[in-house]
Design a protein around this ligand. Structure first.
Ligand code: GAL
Length: 416
């Protein structure tokens, strides 16, 4: 890691200044390639084109961006980072520490970002007190998406606890459907695991995934979380391994599977398939997590680049991201809610309204929590350690929950 960091720092120093003229080009790295995701990023491409700039798309497929981050590191090491990259949470701090990110304070001041953003969002966008990234949205991660037709046919009801989930899943299985649509990729396993852990409450969650407390990672409650995780595993279909998240969502859309535990980017897929919230599909908080909200803020961090025109285009990009027009249209497609406060709500559906209300309520109750699975709660190394243990356990029927917590606590400790 140290070697990698010094290679990056050396590369950062070679990125200097500038030449002149007007329309510029922005190269933007992202991993938004599913139907709903692509429709969302197209909104930004079109707005930049309207400003007269050229958009150079740098899409690296792969849910949750694991592959995108690997590609970004190699581009940065070679001294040629893109103008903007989708980087989130504590990872913004890591890139800022290495000296790669550019200062956006002038754009932020003109657009009054300090006033229009909730503090939990603006804090994440700053490095050393200076804006270096622009937030596009807030995703709620602890959602369950379900197919009401399957529930009807199976005589099942939407579960509000993980214990009840197991009961309803059994009915759905008996009726010949796959209870849980899931893709066996480390980040999806972590998304499911995080939702199960969340039922233990905000204190437990913070202690485990923010403070990384050894005691909590080894606790009876954590053993119980692994136990439930194992039990839920019985309700995914045989073909889950390696499946992309949006393919899992399509199983719910097509009436093959009853439920999916996934952040509200899944809603982008329902929207792209012309399905209506509350009619064709239902959204409800993941079982037992009604009073909590795991958040995932997507943002474009801006890198230091050489060309003056491209620098100007980069500032336009940052400005446009915060403007109400983008915040509304992007989020209608993406399934998330605007990062910007006081936006009109009328075009958003009932799931988005419920997310907006829960964001405010949980923020007041201190149960608004950063998603571990989506890189908001820990530095990348600790997140990677948790991913490894969780996914290993999911795929190793002989590993006991007691053993899993021991491996988890050790893996987290050695990542710090
Ligand atoms: C998340 C990201 C979302 C969505 C999802 C699946 O980490 O924040 O915007 O794209 O991955 O790719």
């Amino acid at each position: 890691m140290k070697k990698f960091a010094s290679a990056l720092t050396a590369a950062a120093l070679t990125i200097g200044a500038a030449n002149t003229s007007s329309a510029g080009q922005v190269e933007v790295l992202h991993w938004w390639t599913s139907g709903g995701e692509a429709a969302s990023i197209n909104v930004l491409k079109d707005l930049m084109k309207k400003e007269g700039h050229t958009w150079k798309d740098f899409a690296v497929a792969g849910g949750a961006g694991e592959s995108a981050m690997t590609v970004l590191k190699s581009r940065a090491i070679s001294g040629n980072p893109p103008a903007g990259a989708q980087i989130k949470g504590p990872t913004i701090q890591e890139w800022g520490d290495l000296g790669f990110l550019t200062n956006l304070d002038d754009v932020a001041k003109a657009g009054q970002w300090d006033q229009v953003l909730p503090t939990v969002v603006s804090d994440t966008m700053k490095h050393d007190g200076h804006y270096v990234a622009a937030p596009v949205n807030v995703h709620r991660v602890n959602w369950m998406w379900s197919n009401p037709e399957i529930f009807r046919k199976a005589g099942a009801t939407i579960p509000t606890s993980w214990k009840q989930f197991l009961v309803e899943a059994e009915k759905i299985k008996a009726a010949g459907f796959t209870p849980l649509a899931h893709g066996g990729q480390a980040w999806q396993d972590a998304t499911l695991f995080e939702a199960i852990a969340l039922e233990k409450g905000a204190n437990f969650y913070n202690s485990a995934f923010v403070d990384l407390s050894d005691k909590t990672l080894r606790s009876e409650d954590m053993i119980d979380v692994f136990r439930t995780f194992r039990a839920v595993r019985d309700y995914v279909d045989a073909g889950f391994s390696g499946r992309d998240w949006n393919i899992a969502t399509s199983m719910v859309i097509n009436g093959e599977a009853a439920m999916q535990i996934m952040g509200d980017w899944a809603k982008g897929e329902f929207t792209a398939a012309n399905k209506r919230a509350g009619v064709d599909y239902l959204c409800s908080p993941a079982p037992g997590t009604h009073d909590t909200y795991t958040f995932n803020i997507d943002s474009i961090a801006m890198f230091k680049i050489k060309n003056k025109d491209n620098q100007a285009a980069q500032k336009d990009l940052a400005r446009l991201i915060l403007e109400p027009e983008f915040q509304e249209t992007f989020n209608l497609n993406k399934g998330s809610i605007p990062a910007r406060l006081n936006m009109p709500r009328d075009k958003f559906d009932s799931c988005a309204h419920s997310s907006m209300d829960a964001f405010v309520a949980t923020s007041a109750a201190n149960t608004l929590l950063p998603s571990m699975a989506h890189g908001m709660s820990t530095p990348a190394m600790a997140q990677g350690a948790i991913y490894d243990v969780v996914t290993n356990f999911f795929n190793s029927p002989s590993m006991t929950p007691e053993k899993a917590v021991d491996v988890l606590a050790r893996a987290v400790k050695s990542s710090l």
